[in-house]
Design a protein around this ligand. Sequence first.
Ligand code: NAP
Length: 344
Amino acid sequence: MSEYTVAVVGVGAVGEEMLRVLAQRNFPAREIRVFARSARTISLDGRSYEVRATTPEGFEGVDVALFAGTEGEKGAAVTFAAEAVRRGAVVIDNGADFRMEPNVPLVVPEVNPEALDKHEGIISNPNCSTIQMVAALKPLHDAGKLKRVIVSTYQAVSGTGRSAIKELEAQAKAWAQGEPLPAPAAYKYPIAFNLIPQIGGFRPDGYTSEEWKMIAETHKILGDDRIAISATTIRVPVFNSHSESVTVETERPIGRAQALELLRAAPGIVVVDDPAVADAGGPAYPLPIEASGKDETYVGRVREDPFVPNTLHFWVVADNLRKGAATNAVQIAETLIARGLLRK
Ligand SMILES: NC(=O)c1ccc[n+]([C@@H]2O[C@H](COP(=O)([O-])OP(=O)(O)OC[C@H]3O[C@@H](n4cnc5c(N)ncnc54)[C@H](OP(=O)(O)O)[C@@H]3O)[C@@H](O)[C@H]2O)c1
């Protein structure tokens, strides 16, 4: 099998998980170059990695570059993605900078792998909340054609990055010791023992940028912008794994039994839906603690609406650092290899 020179840019919450996923999935890498803003050595799962300061020349000879740096004007992808592509690398970016550009495929490999065939050097990983939702929507859309999607998210602090994980930890420790909570920095309000119904900035229509990401990205991935989608995104004091309550209305009816069958057959989906064992403490529904560290998207609580026809409700949970970011990016690289789209 061919082996590839891989670059990982950023060693924050997502970048570290990328290094872990590359190792765990035995990605065929002859070399992994690790870049961040500043050079140092990091140690991860007993292995040490030399981190270099990112430079355009660092991408010389790189076949695939996985970007997990900060977004925006001075971020890693905006500064270095074009430089990497110019040197022959395919860039898979985790941030939002290029997701909605028409020539940039936005890909969840289980949902729209064919979008990769038209890539021009940069491929985007969707937002973490979008990835797990579309993984569950896809089989229902194929079977019943989605008309309406209403989603409320319960998003973990790891989605904000390492600083937010530390912030929840510090606030929880202070609370347990009866001390005043340290001042919030990653969020506007304390996150410990609280919920914040705002992720991203507000837009004039009252929705946040995160909510619009879920809408626009779902339209792009499913290739259908007539689906009426509304999202409410909420930050919760959970360390890792995002949860979502999703309601869908379909053109053709799909009952609970058929939905379970479709979801069980869908790639990357694990159904955990057994109300009968809930009281016995069994795995009755997906939990963020259980999903953490896993690569699959977990779906449960599937039920028919008692009042509105053709309408289902369900609960979706996935590890936002893995399926929502690192795993999806590595799966994109694996799919590029499988489709003969990565240079040998
Ligand atoms: N966290 C999630 O669940 C999640 C999910 C999906 C997508 N994403 C996206 O993935 C990206 C990374 O998120 P994160 O949570 O891992 O962030 P993070 O913990 O804040 O880490 C950011 C990393 O990027 C590096 N970096 C920042 N600017 C850079 C630049 N100009 N050049 C090179 N390296 C740079 C930093 O380097 P230093 O360490 O040297 O400062 C750091 O290692 C973001 O675009 C985020 O939106 C995150």
